[in-house]
Design a protein around this ligand. Structure first.
Ligand code: NAD
Length: 509
């Protein structure tokens, strides 16, 4: 992937409030997934480039920590206004580098904006507590303070929303930030950095270092970084968690997923089919909360599969700038990997009801050729078994696998036996069954007739089992807790009544 010949568009770092070219001399091509054309080269930071970003965050920390809450809030409000007014610009960048369709890109920005809005009101959650007279003339107060410079390492599939899950809270709590975005779609991070600067954020509070494993590894060991928020695949999440914590850092590492939806026999099958299509094929399945395994309970499977197939065949796969429902996959390598999973499922005996390998994509407006885009259309596999790789592995593409079971108990066991535990959903009209499911399922985020149960900003986002390493979820109150640490102050004002020597342990009387 690494190139030495640089295109005219170089996507570099953002350090101490300005563009920073870096000195590594390493670059990787960035492509438009709908056309296959290289649209720029992203700089891949070396150790020294990464250290420069960490040093900028360290230098900015003392003044930012002491900046008033009122001023921090005003800046976050200003950033929210910029994001709200110019979200189309950011969405266009997402479509150009990730490939998702414009409406989906706008949705990504707006879900991220919700976290900014939560952060604007966050001062309420930074309040400590105070107790008077815990001992004679002694008071105790608790305060929450920032950690210092923190790192955010994000995946390709939400280049705006995932950073927005973390940095608004980190900044509002008084921390400074180094963001390491995915090298596959790096430009959104620079749009965000410029918007924050425009909103009045002092230089060095938010920095971007572009790159790959070299940059990540430096962030994990650099003593200047106090905490790491990571989102990506499970093996890398586990590596980040182990390495970061071994170097004394607080780490929350969100990993991959295999999200199941159970459809019970009493469900409205039309509504369930709509939900399966939306959640299985939206964003070409490149969502950590996408439904990839549909568990059909009882005798509804034939009818449900027919309804999903009918809807899936009607979807338009095409360039995100046009009127398509679903865009391309992010890279040629990922397209090939997704197609190879469909091949493997078919070879293992799954029934290919809708085949996305032969999709004819639709071009958006303009003259670009999309023949070299990274296309796989909606794919529906029936008769999938739990020993097939289409079931055991996270495919991260528009592939919905149907597993048939006889009972609710079988469906539940199947989900709870799966190593992942990010999201799940149940479709039923039976409130008792739904309540039982929410109680018994071992998954972090549960939808009841809601296929993609991403919590709103004032709750927290996080999976269980191999979908999260660490014990703190993203944003909401857990996010505030992650980006602050507690301090307790015990106070006694000098008073002659307290005179005298007593070497005994204080008894608080
Ligand atoms: P990825 O793990 O390949 O990359 C994530 C980040 O880690 C990127 O910034 C990348 O540059 C870096 N990275 C990659 N390989 C590395 C290595 N060997 N050492 C150190 N750093 C490395 O993930 P991706 O392909 O960008 O994103 C898709 C994955 O992210 C999927 O598994 C998806 O489920 C997961 N995801 C999870 C959530 C969640 O909330 N749990 C949200 C979004 C995406």
């Amino acid at each position: 992937m690494t190139t030495t010949e640089i295109s005219t568009t170089t996507i570099a770092h953002w350090v101490a409030g300005t563009d920073f070219p870096g000195a590594s001399g390493r670059y990787a091509p960035v492509t438009n997934p709908a056309t296959g054309a290289v649209t720029g080269d992203v700089a891949l930071a070396g150790v020294d480039d990464t250290r420069a970003a960490v040093d900028a965050a360290r230098a900015a920390f003392p003044a930012w920590r002491d900046t008033s809450l009122a001023k921090r809030t005003a800046i976050m409000f200003a950033f929210r206004e910029i994001l709200n007014a110019r979200r189309d610009e950011l969405a266009e960048i997402l479509t150009a580098e990730h490939g998702k369709v414009h409406s989906d890109a706008l949705g990504e920005v707006m879900r991220g904006q919700e976290v900014v809005e939560f952060a604007c009101g966050m001062n309420h959650l930074l309040k400590g507590g105070m107790s008077e007279n815990v001992s004679t003339m002694v008071d105790v107060s608790s305060i929450r303070q920032p950690l210092g410079p923190v790192a955010i390492i994000s995946p390709f599939n939400f280049p705006a929303m995932v950073p927005l899950w973390f940095f608004p809270l980190a900044i509002m709590a008084g921390n400074t930030v180094v963001l390491k975005p995915s090298e596959k779609d790096p430009s959104a991070s620079l749009w965000i950095a410029r918007a924050l600067a425009e909103a009045g954020l002092p230089e060095g509070v938010f920095n971007v270092v572009q790159g790959d494993k070299t940059a990540v590894d430096e962030l994990l060991v650099n003593p200047g970084i106090k905490a790491v928020s990571f989102v990506g695949s499970t093996p890398i999440a586990e590596y980040v968690y182990r390495t970061g914590t071994a170097h004394g850092k607080r780490v929350q590492a969100l990993g991959g997923a295999k999200n199941h939806a159970i459809v019970l026999p009493d469900a409205d099958l039309d509504l369930a089919a709509d939900a399966m299509v939306n959640a299985g094929f939206g964003s070409a399945g490149e969502r950590c909360m996408a439904v990839s395994a549909l568990v059909a309970v009882g005798d509804i499977a034939d009818e449900l599969v027919a309804k999903i197939a009918e809807r899936a065949r009607g979807l338009v796969t095409g360039q995100g700038t046009g009127a398509a429902d679903m865009g391309p996959l992010v890279t040629a390598a990922h397209r090939d990997k997704v197609a190879s999973y469909i091949d493997a499922g078919e070879a293992a005996g799954a029934t290919v009801v809708v085949d996305g390998r032969t999709v004819a994509p639709a071009a958006g407006p303009g003259t670009e050729s999309i023949a070299d885009g990274f296309w796989v259309g909606p794919t529906l596999l029936d008769d999938v078994r739990t020993d097939m790789s289409v079931y055991t592995d996270e495919i991260f593409g528009p592939v919905l696998s149907v597993l048939r079971v006889e009972t609710y108990e079988e469906a539940l066991a199947l989900i709870n036996d799966n190593p992942y535990g990010n999201g799940t959903a149940i479709f039923t009209a039976d409130g008792g069954a739904a309540r039982r499911f929410q109680n018994e399922v071992e998954v972090g985020m549960v939808g009841i007739n809601v296929p993609i149960p991403v919590p709103t900003a004032f709750y927290s986002f996080g999976g269980w089992k191999a979908s999260l390493f660490g014990d703190t979820h993203a944003y909401g109150t857990e996010g505030v807790h992650f980006f602050t640490r507690g301090k307790v102050v015990t106070t006694r004002w000098q008073d002659p009544a307290n005179r005298g020597i007593n070497l005994g342990f204080p008894q608080n009387v």
